[in-house]
Design a protein around this ligand. Sequence first.
Ligand code: OGA
Ligand code: NI
Length: 378
Amino acid sequence: MGSVSMATPVQELATDGQDPSERYNYGGSGGGALNASVPLVEIPTVDVGSLISSPSAANHELQKLSLALSSWGCFQVVNHGMTDSFVDRVHEISKQFFDLPKEEKHRYIREPDSIEGYGTDMIVAENQTLDWIDRLYLTLNPPNQVQLKFWPEKPETFRETLQEYGVKLGELNQILLKAMAKSLDLEENCFLDQYGEGALMTARFNLYPPCPRPDQIIGVKPHADASALTFLLPDKEVGGLQFLKDNEWFTVPIIPHALLVNVGDQAEIMSNGVFKSPVHRVVTNSEKDRHSLAVFCIPSAGQEIKPDEGLISETRPALYRKEFGVPKTKAAGLSQGPHLRATTWEIVRVSNQTKYGIVPSSLLCILHKNNEERVSCR
Ligand code: OGA
Ligand code: NI
């Protein structure tokens, strides 16, 4: 691996009035500007209240859910059991943290070789294109992996609000994993059993400051999530998240107080490829800050992830092969993410060079299947 270092937070660059360095120049999107307008994603909205109510109401929601999971791999969740005012509080702690003076935020700065804490993405290669994003990355679960020293003490409500949000999402994750199993006529606990006790839950607060060159600079490069499920609380006013389908980008409409849930690689594997772990990216804008909070639900470290037996047949063999350990040369520098344990996507390298540009290798591995390449990021 190249040397690991930290860039200046983008928020500080955005206010210093200088032109961003060439290192942020990602280039346009297939010849066009990155911020060109793209069509809206037509993804269903799933009502969790109905999902857990009477069987007939639930059936209707399950159908919407299964269509969403097998086409886009994402859906918006409403009636999720959290009040609007609670969701607003979660938005607030993110804004209040990033609005703190620089010195206060720097108390939580991550260590150079670890992702936990506040800072920019790792720089692992001299020619790496940088993303226009600052993050605060925190582990919520299991309790013995929580590093409280990175949890902001300001705003004062930060810790308790995030803690409560994590508990709520844990419940939602269970409801959805059960519903996902039911939507495939499987025993409702089959995915949850693989997911395991003591699963990992991590939170990534993202800040995309106003960007002077939204046509050329990207917020987050295209990637798929290495989670089982990702719960995203997108900005209530500022868009920017896009999903790739059939080689075309689509933008996610904003539904205030809804959560956007997307399938990650682990759920794709467990469903034998029926659920799609979608490639997505974030574009920037020159006007406003954009805040989002991504929470990744990741099967516990000891779990073996594999396609459920009920989804394997003669006509549809297991698409994901179990791999016991990854050759050291391939896994060098990568923490043992669950995405390394089972896949027919051959892990060709853990590196920073992808077809989308250079990305920090400690956060991802590059998977190949036939001629397809995927960047899996955690
Ligand atoms: C991520 C991600 C999307 C967003 O953090 O993995 O895809 O809208 N975020 O910030
Ligand atoms: Ni993502």
